[in-house]
Structures are given as structure tokens and as C-alpha cells.
Ligand binder design. Structure first.
Ligand SMILES: C[S@@+](CC[C@H](N)C(=O)[O-])C[C@H]1O[C@@H](n2cnc3c(N)ncnc32)[C@H](O)[C@@H]1O
Length: 257
């Protein structure tokens, strides 16, 4: 994998914001929150959001009474996260730091650690998972979201009718991400589950996020509020069910130490 830096994410911020505001971006955050709420300890509790970007996940959580520390190596993400926290009037509950998540070692242990769509950009995933395990208090909750390579193959074929791309995609271990101009590493859920287990985590539940939306070609319809509402309800209903969770755009593992 090529070296990726905060600069890649600074430059991609405008496109990232468009994604977050689109129905498929909204679904990613809404379904993740619904999954997480099944497992979180009652507030007050301390959250560490590693590679937390502009803070959408943790800002939603601090509104429930938690406090959070967000670490990200993109200055633009951090600045935009601080602005969003101010707009949402939660600045006193969340602090933002510019830092490298692969090097970060906190002086405290956290009740909840989020690592959402970070580890596909990182070379040594096991080292980061081991570090997360150390920073989590015994009994604490670890929420881990990462891309599912199988969905891309299916979406090329079923949504785009691009069978050549689907076939080419089958055995690729990396994928180019235009928004951040870099390649990501891809892992199957078996590989990820074995890494989690080897690092000492107990898997409480495996979810999938966006098992339906990404196979629908008609993006316009997803902007219709009534259609979106039904889609979100369906996505939430299938997020922990076989076989849907195995086909969803993102794997979401909720673990305990
Ligand atoms: C796809 S975004 C996800 C952001 C956020 N977790 C979310 O799901 O909304 C990936 C984030 O990871 C950050 N990142 C990637 N590698 C990092 C590293 N080594 N240290 C800190 N942040 C990193 C990027 O700056 C970016 O904000």
C-alpha cells in the first residue's frame, strides 16, 4: 500500500461531505447508531473515536450524554469536526486532536472505542487492534466498521451490469478510493474475525450496514423522503440478519474486551 497522509483526507473533504449528506451516507451513520445502541453502557461513559474524521459518529453519541476524544491525522477533518460540534452545542463534551491513530497511545482507558472506516487505510492492522485493546477498559465496547469487498463485486454486476469489473474485482486485495486518492486494503469477514479474536476481543454481534441500498441503481429515488424512510427501516431491520449482513457495503463488528 502507498503511504497515505492527512493531506489525502484534507483534499477529499468536500467530496466526503457530499457523501455524508447523500441518502447512502446518511444510512451509514443512522444504521451504525442503531446497531451501537444495542450494546453501549449507560451514560456517562468515555468514548475514544480513532480516525474519527469530522466526528459525525461521536457527535451523535455525545448528544446522548457521553463524552468523547476524537483523534484524526487530517487537520481539515478535525477543524470541520470542531465547527460541527459547536453548531450542535456539544463542544464541551468532545475534544479533537490531530494525531496518528497508528501511533496514538492514550494515558487513560476508555469505556467505548470507535474505529469506523479507518483500518482499511492502515498498513499494520493487528498492531492498531492490539493498541485499541490496551486502551479499552475491561468490559468496554469496541465498535469496528470496515468495507466489505464482496459488495463491490455484486454491485458492479447487479447495479452497474459491468461484468468485466465484477470479475476483475473478485480477487483484488486492494481498491482505489477516488475521494481520498489512495488504495484501501480489503479483508473478508473471516479474516477480520480472526484478527479480532487474536487481539483478545469477544465478538458480541456482527452487523452489516447498507445491505440493500448499494444494489439499487436508481439513486434519485433514494432522495425521496418517504422512500428513504422505508429504506432506512428495511436496512435497520436486516442489519443483523443472515445473509444480508454478509453482503452489506460495510461490516460492523461490535466487540467487548
Ligand atoms: C473514511 S474516513 C472515516 C471517518 C470517520 N471515522 C467516519 O466514519 O465518519 C477515514 C478517516 O481516517 C483518518 N485516518 C486515516 N489514517 C489515519 C491515521 N493513520 N491516523 C489518524 N487518522 C487517520 C482520515 O483522516 C479520515 O478522517
Amino acid at each position: 500500500m502507498e503511504k497515505v497522509s492527512g493531506n489525502n483526507f484534507d483534499k477529499g473533504f468536500a467530496q466526503w461531505l457530499d457523501y455524508q449528506q447523500a441518502p447512502w451516507g446518511k444510512l451509514r451513520y443512522r444504521v451504525a447508531q442503531a446497531n451501537l445502541r444495542q450494546h453501549l453502557p449507560p451514560s456517562p461513559a468515555r468514548i475514544l473515536d480513532l480516525g474519527g474524521g469530522n466526528g459525525l459518529d461521536s457527535i451523535l453519541l455525545v448528544k446522548l450524554g457521553y463524552t468523547a476524544v476524537l483523534i484524526d491525522f487530517s487537520l481539515e477533518m478535525v477543524v470541520q469536526g470542531q465547527k460541527l460540534a459547536a453548531q450542535e452545542q456539544v463542544s464541551d463534551q468532545i475534544s479533537f486532536e490531530v494525531g496518528d491513530a497508528t501511533q496514538f497511545v492514550a494515558g487513560e482507558q476508555f469505556d467505548i472505542i470507535l474505529c469506523h472506516n479507518l483500518l482499511q487505510y492502515v498498513g499494520n492492522v493487528t498492531a492498531v487492534l492490539q493498541n485499541i485493546h490496551q486502551m479499552l477498559r475491561p468490559g468496554g465496547i469496541f465498535s469496528f466498521i470496515i468495507t466489505n469487498p464482496h459488495t463491490e463485486t455484486l454491485a458492479y454486476a447487479l447495479r452497474d451490469y459491468d461484468l468485466v469489473a465484477a470479475k476483475e474485482n473478485l480477487n483484488k486485495s486492494t481498491k482505489y478510493v477516488e475521494t481520498f486518492d489512495t488504495h484501501i486494503q480489503r479483508y473478508t469477514d473471516d479474516e477480520l474475525k480472526s484478527m479480532l479474536q487474536n487481539c483478545g476481543f469477544t465478538l458480541l454481534e456482527q452487523y452489516g450496514i447498507r445491505a440493500i441500498c448499494d444494489f439499487m441503481a436508481d439513486n434519485e429515488r433514494k432522495f425521496d423522503p418517504d422512500f428513504y424512510e422505508q429504506l432506512e427501516q428495511l436496512e435497520t431491520a436486516v442489519s443483523n440478519k443472515h445473509p444480508y449482513k454478509l453482503l452489506a457495503r460495510f461490516y460492523h463488528f461490535v466487540c467487548q474486551k
